[in-house]
Design a binder for this molecule. Sequence first.
Ligand code: GLN
Length: 248
Amino acid sequence: MCRHLAYLGPPVTLAELLFDPQYSLVRQSWAPRDMRGGGTINADGFGIGWYPGDGDPVRYRRAQPIWSDPTIAQLAAVTRAGAVLAAVRSATVGMAVLDNAAAPFAEGRWLFSHNGVVRGWPDVVVPLAAGLPVRDLLTLDAATDSALLWALVRQRLRAGTDPAEAVGQTVADVAAAAPGSRLNLLLTDGRRAVASVAGHALSVRAAAGSVLLASEPHDDDPGWRPVPEGHLVTATASEVRVSPLPTR
Ligand code: GLN
């Protein structure tokens, strides 16, 4: 299963966030400590989205292992941001390995990632997909479960739904349609982040004025807290709330 991370806080370099920690996201691409549901490494692509100042996010996605891309290592050393969402991907068997299939998925200020799998894909979610505008289906980033989950969350965001509710309701809908799925979603607009814990691990580290949400802790800091299964985290740089996920 993929690994993902969101950071909100004072500007840091992407290298400090993603490359330097002892168990960094880059290290998690070849030596994750907590893989579940198949897969051993996260080598089927990666993506990083970051917010330059108050502007919309910039995104870099590739279909290759993050450790094999010299460009991102150089960019990361000189790029600073106070809000970042990044992911390394282990493609579910049968799903395309393409730049566009790597998180983060994006629109406007939003960045989105999925760690997990929709069981029974694609048949079980046909009725849910049928509720999306045809244009959204024709322009999915990739023919993957994660890209469809993003389209479902995005439809709610476009309708003005609160982001925590958009994530929570999407998890509830898909869990009902596809039992046994792993639906750890992660969404940010650069000011707040929302994450579901449904089938896989997530840890949070809140420090003075910053917050990290990550599939697995990237260092031995005692401040990391695991979020219990079946919960939703909503965080800003100064506040973290954990509540039960809604059910249907
Ligand atoms: N199922 C998704 C994909 O193939 C996410 C995979 C994962 O979490 N490992 O892209």
